[in-house]
Design a protein around this ligand. Structure first.
Ligand SMILES: O=S(=O)(c1cccs1)N(Cc1ccc(F)cc1)Cc1ncn[nH]1
Ligand SMILES: [Mn+2]
Ligand SMILES: [Mn+2]
Ligand SMILES: [Mn+2]
Length: 376
């Protein structure tokens, strides 16, 4: 394409590709039934027009996400190390937002919103390589690519699954269908429990044959979608969860909320537990002011505050900022309740899990699937 086309690897800021902040609007879906009035209601449209900066920031982050994942889907091949995959995605996000995140505070303006999840096979979420990781993507792997982009704290949390053998196609189809069902059922006044029921029904209508054995696809019952707040990946203490199985709460979705609709399918037990070495961490929003005994914990906490705030980070990001021998301090911050650790979440060994995730905006007059692309 002309001057307006993105390079591969992606290097051009999207703010240069879309002058006057004219980023693509996400998929707009009208509200149904009792909320259908919102489409034309002047007061709701006025409220929406008042959110221009919020919408522009969200759409810029979403465009970065689409362009980076398009590159990732093309470049990721078996034989590549997980580290080079993660760094390729993170550097794409940094170049396209124009924020490399090396100077203090820079990553809080725009850039990487949380660690690049590259969870394999029975591992469903929160896995990214730590320094020294030698893992290489294999042809038989099922990899969940879950990464975040933010602009001024407006976080796009979106994920997809990559596989290289057709035997996994039905597993991926089940989860893509389940996530799209969740996106369709979501809306102002939609009840969280009913969304979970619909997701599970779609998910569990599939089966998949892998290496000669046929498995029913199960919805992972202790994983869920979630609200997203300003610089807050799970909507903080008032955050809501979107179940992906029946039996959830009667609570309703509300006007102005932002949700990550994510579903996970599995050929295993359909339950995950913590396992393996932790890579993902985040400062707790209303953390207690604890007197820190460990000196290194103090300097580390100052760096976390200045570079990530409450955005999740991983050990590789601390390495990149020049921190060394920080593990004692980091573990002290976790023990003190100042930083939350997010260990990898795994189903049983030998099982296969898949994920799709979109971020949706419950605007006053319309539902916008801001992370929608022509890929998923
Ligand atoms: O499972 S969560 O911890 C959660 C918390 C409350 C409801 S769901 N989590 C939030 C998160 C935690 C750490 C991260 F580095 C990034 C995100 C969901 C998620 N993980 C990846 N994409 N979405
Ligand atoms: Mn900028
Ligand atoms: Mn995610
Ligand atoms: Mn999420």
């Amino acid at each position: 394409g002309g001057a307006k086309a993105q390079t591969s690897p992606p290097t051009k800021k999207v703010s240069d590709l879309f002058p006057d902040s004219s980023y693509p609007v996400g998929e707009e879906v009208e509200y149904k039934n009792d909320n259908a009035f919102r489409t034309t209601n002047e007061e709701k449209r006025h409220l929406d027009r008042m959110n221009q900066d919020f919408l522009t920031d969200y759409r810029q982050a979403a465009e970065v996400h689409r362009e980076v994942r398009k590159y990732a889907q093309k470049m990721i091949k078996p034989g590549m190390s997980l580290t080079e995959i993660a760094e390729g995605i993170e550097n794409g996000t940094r170049h396209l937002t124009g924020h490399m995140g090396l100077e203090e505070g820079d990553n809080l303006i725009a850039g990487v919103a949380f660690p690049t999840g590259l969870s394999l096979n029975h591992c469903a979420a929160h896995y990214t390589p730590n320094a020294g990781n030698k893992m290489v993507l294999k042809e038989e792997d099922v990899m969940k690519v879950d990464f975040g982009v933010h602009v001024n704290g407006r976080i796009v949390d979106s994920a997809f699954t990559m596989s290289f053998q057709p035997q996994y196609d039905n597993l991926l189809a089940a989860v893509k269908d389940a996530t799209n069902t969740g996106v369709r059922l979501a809306g102002i006044d939609a009840r969280l429990g009913e969304i979970g029921e619909g997701i599970q029904e779609a998910m569990e209508s599939y089966e998949v044959e892998i290496n000669g054995t046929t498995y029913p696809v199960k919805s992972i019952r202790n994983l869920n979608g979630h609200t997203i707040g300003h610089y807050s990946i799970h909507g903080g203490s008032a955050g809501k969860s979107v179940p992906i199985v029946k039996g959830g709460s009667n609570e309703k979705m509300e006007e102005g909320e932002v949700y990550a609709i994510e579903t996970f399918g599995s050929t295993g037990k359909g339950i995950v537990r913590d396992d393996m070495e932790t890579s993902h961490y985040a400062k707790v929003a209303d953390a207690p002011k604890v007197a820190l005994r460990v000196a290194s914990a103090k300097t580390l906490l100052r760096s976390i505050d200045k570079n990530f705030g409450t955005l999740p980070f991983c050990r590789r990001y601390l390495d990149r900022l020049g921190h060394e021998k920080y593990l004692l301090g980091l573990n002290n911050l976790v023990q003190s309740g100042i930083v939350q650790d997010y260990p990898p979440l795994v189903d049983v060994k030998g099982s296969y899990t898949a994920q799709y995730e979109h971020t949706i905006l419950l605007r006053p007059n319309v539902k916008e699937v801001v992370s929608r692309g022509d890929d998923y």
